[in-house]
Design a protein around this ligand. Sequence first.
Ligand SMILES: NC(=O)c1ccc[n+]([C@@H]2O[C@H](COP(=O)([O-])OP(=O)(O)OC[C@H]3O[C@@H](n4cnc5c(N)ncnc54)[C@H](OP(=O)(O)O)[C@@H]3O)[C@@H](O)[C@H]2O)c1
Length: 380
Amino acid sequence: MKLTVLGATGSIGCSTADVMLQHPDKFSAYALVGHRNSEKMLQLAKLLKPQWVVMTDAAAAERLKGQLPADVRLETGMDAATELAAAAETDMVMAAMVGSAGLPATLAAVSAGKRVGLANKECLVTAGRIFMDAARLSGAEVVPVDSEHAAVHQCLHGHDKGSVSRVILTASGGPFRDRDPATLQRVTPEEAIAHPNWDMGAKISVDSATMMNKALELIEARWLFDLPADKLSAIIHPESIIHAMVEYQDGSVLAQLAMPDMRMPIAYAMQAEPRLSTGIPWLDLAKTGVLHFQQIDELRFPAMRLVNDVLQGEDSLSIALNAANEVANAAFRDRRIAFTDIVTTVEKVLARVENIPVALLDDVWLHDEHARRLANEVIS
Ligand SMILES: NC(=O)c1ccc[n+]([C@@H]2O[C@H](COP(=O)([O-])OP(=O)(O)OC[C@H]3O[C@@H](n4cnc5c(N)ncnc54)[C@H](OP(=O)(O)O)[C@@H]3O)[C@@H](O)[C@H]2O)c1
């Protein structure tokens, strides 16, 4: 199977490369797409020998000129990434760019009927309706890579979806789960990015600390599994061993367990059956001893209060939540606002936008731009 990896230089991209290198008989790279990290791309290109390398940033592509192994062709720009994601030679796309920047290329892959491993949750949060309609039309198989959604996918497999009473996503609670909320105002980006269980990119790590990640995941689950808001829930589970549970009408609850390592859901998205070996540590429940669970406190994590309204509302609200969060998350990482200002900014933007359905991609971008402008106004 030939893969195009969007966001190859990131955390999910590198874990995907790891799984590919463990199974060279099954997978090869058609195209690797990165943004600015030319050094990482050079390493990956030497290991995976793709036919194409794309850096969406022109300066990063310039740095790679004359450096890549023979026969690896170099391109730049999002249009090139989008074209390769939909190319006839691509069998599967791993969608692992961060943020709504990943939408055009991922949507092109879906519209071309590719198998798509979806890590980029922002695609579904901003354009879930358009994205899933395109998949239905083209017959594309969209397989979740987010560990929680991969878990739900496994717990639903072979079962009647009409019998589902509730999907329960687990949340680690991030680095500030037990911290005095009065001190959150002063936490640094370094503290927010230091996730206790998962090694992830900077943006999603901060999203985990604010619990905005779980908010985005609930919206993602709504589109992926076509479930109404009242069947979607989340619970804190600090050990990140159970990734999600599905409760059925008879009271039975199915859970999926694994050590917290993204190579497992990535491998599952690449080939569900027969299962691939991944090299992740075996789960030793006797050693783990106890698994803990607690209700999510909406005072500590106000993002969860916001998402309840967004899930009940129309598409324009999820677009605004995502766009405002991207702006505020980046502003916090740039030390321009405090940690607690992230969710406050999103809340202020949500209060100022329309609540309407959005069925066209051009309109998604208009709502996205408007929310980004409002978020920047709030911040400045
Ligand atoms: N990491 C996890 O464990 C995890 C788990 C579940 C879901 N996800 C989701 O997977 C996605 C990727 O997360 P990650 O942790 O792998 O992020 P990451 O480590 O920050 O990597 C992001 C990737 O996107 C590229 N990128 C950044 N800005 C871009 C832009 N404007 N245009 C095109 N490409 C751009 C980066 O390129 P350069 O580095 O070359 O600049 C990099 O390849 C996110 O949507 C995240 O929510 C991640």
